[in-house]
Design a protein around this ligand. Structure first.
Ligand code: SF4
Length: 215
């Protein structure tokens, strides 16, 4: 097993405690010069990081993610916000649009099924469809959502419940900054963390999921 930050648990980097950090052969903070990291931030990155940190501190444990999203957008001077939502969360998307508008933001939105393109376009056979008995199903179109919202001049795009993989494509194609309000988890009421919290109790099955599912 390769030792990673996920196996460390010292939180020594959080305390800038070089004595407590693991050996330089495994510890990123000890092994890599700070300047290397700093060089990765351009001017806009620094502004985003600054306002993210201020938003975290100002809202710590009393502002919801929704409120923090608006606070971050406000601090950044983002006015036009794009919602990239899953059709299964259409009601939530309408609520989100209303809340954002009530707070003075301009809203654009794109549903995952925008474009109405049949799944055959990406090679999904009829028997692989969610409902194989149907002649066709419409594919999720995350690249289209991203390109549309980018072309509309959104300052910030908010992902609302996109599926695994579809969010991958959305993030890849989006030309504006992106944040996630919610990720899709149909079993855990869109709270994927629930599976982690139960991974060593009621959901121990996740530890052997790939073997059990794919052999
Ligand atoms: S950077 Fe070093 S101290 Fe921080 S979590 Fe990784 S291994 Fe631990």
């Amino acid at each position: 097993m390769i030792f990673t930050c996920a196996d460390c648990g010292t939180k020594a980097c959080e305390q800038m405690n070089y004595d407590k950090m693991p050996d330089a052969s495994v510890c990123i903070s000890k092994n890599i010069d700070q300047q290397w990291f700093k060089d990765k931030y351009n001017e806009e990155d620094i502004e985003i990081a600054h306002n993210a940190a201020v938003t975290e501190a100002a809202g710590y444990c009393h502002q919801t993610r929704l409120e923090e999203t608006m606070a971050f957008a406000y601090r950044m001077g983002y006015h036009k916000l794009g919602i990239a939502f899953c059709t299964g969360l259409s009601t939530e998307a309408a609520t989100l649009a209303g809340v954002l508008r009530d707070n003075g933001f301009e809203v654009e939105a794109a549903c995952c099924k925008c474009g109405a393109i049949p799944k055959a376009f990406v090679g999904v056979a009829q028997e692989e469809q969610l409902h194989p008995e149907r002649d066709f199903e419409i594919m999720c179109n995350p690249a289209g959502q991203a390109e549309y919202l980018s072309a509309k001049g959104c300052d910030l795009c908010i992902i609302l419940g996109l599926c695994v993989g579809h969010d991958t494509l959305f993030i890849r194609h989006c030309k504006t900054p992106v944040t996630v309000l919610s990720s899709k988890d149909r079993v855990m009421a869109h709270n994927p963390m629930g599976a982690l919290y139960q991974a060593d109790s009621y959901l121990r099955r996740v530890h052997t999921f790939i073997k059990d599912t794919f052999g």
